[in-house]
Design a protein around this ligand. Structure first.
Ligand code: PHE
Ligand code: NA
Length: 470
C-alpha cells in the first residue's frame, strides 16, 4: 500500500482502514469474555484500577512504539525487525521479537477459537429462544451442558478456525475490516442496551461498586482454606494478570499491531490512531463489566465463577428483556464477528512469515498455521471436561489455563518490553521523532520518556515481583 501516490480518497481510505483493522483486532473476546471474568476472579475495583494504569502508562506508549516500528519496517514482524536492526544497528538477537509474536499468536488463537466457538453455539441457543424466561439456575445448567459435550465444542472450534483460515487464505480481509464500520457500532449499541437493562433490573449499585471501588486488601491477598483453617498471604499475581491483560486486550506485544502499522500511510498520526484504538477498547471492556456485574449480584451469582461468566449472566438479561430473543441472537453474532476480526490478526504474523520467508502460498500458509492452532486448541476443549481433573493439571492449571497464562501473562509482556526497549534505546531519537511526526514538543518527549524509563521498568518490576524476587 503506498501513500505517496493516488488520489486523496485512496489515502483517506487506507488511513481509515488501518484504524478499523486495528480496532477490529483490539476489540474482541478480551473485552467481553476475558475482562469481566478475570476482574471477578481478582476481586474487582483494585484490579480494574491497576489494569487502567497499565493501559495508560504501558499500553499507550508501547502501542505507539509498535505501530511506528511496523510502519518503518513495512514488512512482516520478523523481516521488519531484521530491517530495523540493520538500519539502527542493534544486535541480531532483536529479531527474536518477531518469533515471539508468531508463537504467542498461535498459542492465543488456539484457545481464542474455542471460546469463539462457545459464542457461536450461543447464537443458536439465543435464536432458538432457550433463554426466554429462564432463571439463573437454568442458564448455568445450559452452560454446563455445553462444557460437558467436548464433541460439540470441538465442532464449533473447528468451524471458527475454518472461518479464520478462509479469510486469511483468500486475502479478503479488507472486506471483513470494512464491515467493522457497521458492526462495531452495533456491538457498542447492544452493550449500552445491556448496561441500561442492568441499571433497571440488576443490582447496579453493587455491580458498579465492585468494578470501581478499589479495595487493595482484597486483591493482593491470597487466602486458602484447608482443614477449616484459613490462611492468607500477600500475592502480586493480580498485578501480572492486569498487566498481561493490558497487552492482550490491546493486541500488543506480538506483532499484530506491527503488521497493521506496516500498512499505515506515513502522513497519518500514530498518536491519534493509538488514542482512538485504546479508547474504543477500554470503553468496550468497561461497558461489558457494567452490563455483567449488576446481573451477577442481583442473581446471587459468584463473580469469580471463571471463563463461563459472560455466558451465565447476559443470557439472563436476554431471557427477561422485551425483544431479548432478537437482541441476544444479534449480540452473539456480533461477538463472533468481533472475535473473527481479532483471530485473523492473531494468525497473521505466522502466515506472513510462512509466505514471505518460507515461500509458501497464502492459502497453504494459512492452512498450516490454522492446523497448528487447531491442534493446540483441542487441549483447551478438553480442559473443561475430560482433562479438568487434577491428574491433567500442571502448576495447578489446566491446559487452557496454562496456555493462556504463558501467552498472555509472559510472552506478551516480554514482547512489549522488547518493543519498548527497542524503540526507546536502540532506535535513534531522530528515527522515532521522524516516524511519529508530531514534532519535538511535549507530546513526543513524554512518549520517549515513558517508553525509555517508565514502561520497561514497570513491566520488569511486575515480573520480578511475581516470581518472588521483589
Ligand atoms: N485484543 C484481542 C481481544 O481483546 C485479542 C488479541 C490479542 C488479538 C493479541 C490479537 C493479538 O480480544
Ligand atoms: Na481487546
Amino acid at each position: 500500500m503506498t501513500d505517496t501516490q493516488g488520489s486523496i480518497h485512496d489515502q483517506w481510505s487506507s488511513r481509515f482502514v488501518f484504524i478499523l483493522a486495528a480496532i477490529g483486532s483490539a476489540v474482541g473476546l478480551g473485552n467481553i469474555w476475558k475482562f469481566p471474568y478475570i476482574t471477578g476472579e481478582n476481586g474487582g475495583g483494585a484490579f480494574v484500577l491497576v489494569y487502567l494504569i497499565c493501559v495508560a502508562l504501558i499500553g499507550v506508549p508501547i502501542m505507539m512504539a509498535e505501530i511506528l516500528m511496523g510502519r518503518r519496517g513495512r514488512q512482516n514482524p520478523i523481516n521488519t525487525m531484521r530491517t530495523l536492526v540493520a538500519a539502527e544497528g542493534g544486535h541480531p538477537v532483536w529479531r527474536g521479537l518477531g518469533w515471539l509474536g508468531v508463537v504467542a499468536g498461535l498459542l492465543i488463537l488456539s484457545y481464542y477459537s474455542v471460546i469463539a466457538g462457545w459464542s457461536m453455539a450461543y447464537v443458536f441457543r439465543a435464536g432458538a429462544g432457550l433463554f426466554t424466561g429462564a432463571d439463573a439456575k437454568t442458564i448455568s445448567t445450559l452452560f454446563e451442558d455445553l462444557l460437558q459435550s467436548p464433541g460439540s465444542m470441538l465442532a464449533w472450534h473447528s468451524l471458527f478456525m475454518i472461518m479464520t483460515v478462509a479469510v486469511v487464505a483468500r486475502g479478503v480481509r479488507s472486506g471483513l475490516e470494512r464491515a467493522v464500520t457497521l458492526l462495531m457500532p452495533a456491538l457498542f449499541a447492544l452493550l449500552v442496551i445491556l448496561v441500561l437493562y442492568a441499571l433497571y433490573e440488576g443490582d447496579f449499585t453493587r455491580g458498579s461498586a465492585f468494578l470501581f471501588t478499589p479495595d487493595f486488601s482484597k486483591v493482593f491477598q491470597h487466602c486458602e482454606v484447608e482443614a477449616a483453617i484459613k490462611t492468607c498471604r500477600f500475592t502480586g499475581e493480580p498485578l501480572l494478570i492486569a498487566l498481561g491483560h493490558a497487552f492482550f486486550t490491546l493486541s500488543l506485544g506480538m506483532g499484530a499491531i506491527m503488521v497493521y502499522g506496516s500498512y499505515m500511510p506515513s502522513n497519518a498520526s500514530i498518536a491519534r490512531a493509538t488514542l482512538a484504538i485504546v479508547l474504543a477498547d477500554t470503553l468496550a471492556a468497561l461497558l461489558a463489566g457494567l452490563a455483567i456485574f449488576p446481573i451477577v449480584f442481583a442473581n446471587g451469582l459468584e463473580p469469580a465463577s471463571g471463563p463461563g461468566l459472560v455466558f451465565q449472566t447476559l443470557p439472563i438479561a436476554f431471557g427477561s428483556m422485551p425483544g431479548g430473543q432478537v437482541f441476544g441472537t444479534l449480540f452473539f453474532v456480533l461477538l463472533v464477528f468481533a472475535a473473527w476480526t481479532s483471530s485473523i490478526s492473531l494468525i497473521e504474523p505466522a502466515v506472513a512469515w510462512l509466505v514471505e520467508n518460507r515461500g509458501m502460498g497464502r492459502a497453504s500458509a494459512a492452512l498450516v498455521a490454522g492446523m497448528l492452532a487447531w491442534l493446540l486448541g483441542i487441549g483447551s476443549v478438553l480442559s473443561f471436561n475430560l482433562w479438568s481433573g487434577e491428574s491433567f493439571q500442571f502448576l495447578g492449571k489446566t491446559w487452557f489455563g496454562l496456555v493462556d497464562y504463558l501467552a498472555a501473562n509472559i510472552l506478551l509482556p516480554v514482547g512489549g518490553l522488547l518493543i519498548a526497549l527497542f524503540a526507546g534505546w536502540v532506535m535513534s531519537r531522530a528515527s522515532t521523532l521522524d516516524e511519529l511526526g508530531m514534532g519535538d514538543g511535549l507530546a513526543y518527549r513524554t512518549w520517549r520518556f515513558l517508553v525509555r524509563y517508565i514502561s520497561p521498568w514497570l513491566v520488569m518490576i511486575v515480573f520480578f515481583n511475581t516470581i518472588g524476587l521483589i
